[in-house]
Write a protein that binds this ligand. Structure first.
Ligand code: FES
Ligand code: FES
Length: 158
């Protein structure tokens, strides 16, 4: 066990944990932040996606020690009021079905839009290919990403 200092969603948190504990366990079990979901636990489904220093990572495959000193953003911190362009577009397109995979989907989509302002179909499919959805909401996810990109573009043009 070690004292680990994390910077999560703009706040500094100190906790005692095994440095090799997956960040996902720390978020859910030690910090009670259950927006990030446990799906496969082996890096295959994308349910557990968070941002580490602005990059989408699988928190089930990231030892907590690797997150020390870097900003971590979870779905709870994507925006203060749930009004990030991705979250708004998800609502407008009624994207979620059961919803289980959607936090991870939105975190991957938000990271994509930080890298590519207007992603084409190939860029969207490439970025999202590791996020699985049992309910098959892929078409609505693509539509929502395009809507979020268009809205972000409009904001930048103002
Ligand atoms: S729970 Fe991490 S990729 Fe599936
Ligand atoms: S919305 Fe049900 S798993 Fe994706």
């Amino acid at each position: 066990m070690e004292i680990i200092s994390l910077h999560i969603n703009g706040s500094r948190r100190e906790l005692e944990a095994d440095p090799e504990m997956p960040l996902l366990w720390v978020l859910r079990d030690l910090l009670g932040m259950t927006g990030t979901k446990y799906g496969c636990g082996v890096g295959r489904c994308g349910c557990c996606t968070v941002h580490l220093n602005g990059v989408a990572v699988r928190s089930c495959q990231t030892p907590v020690v690797a997150a020390g000193g870097m900003p971590v953003t979870t779905i709870e911190g994507l925006s203060e009021q749930g009004d990030h362009p991705v979250q708004q577009a998800w609502r407008e397109e009624n994207t979620a079905q059961c919803g289980y995979c959607q936090a991870g989907q939105m975190m991957t989509a938000a990271a994509l839009l930080m890298q590519i302002e207007i992603p084409d179909d190939a860029a969207i499919d490439g970025a999202m290919s590791g996020n699985l959805c049992r309910c098959g909401t892929y078409k609505r996810i693509r539509k929502a990403i395009k809507r979020a990109a268009a809205e972000t573009g409009k904001e930048h043009a103002l």
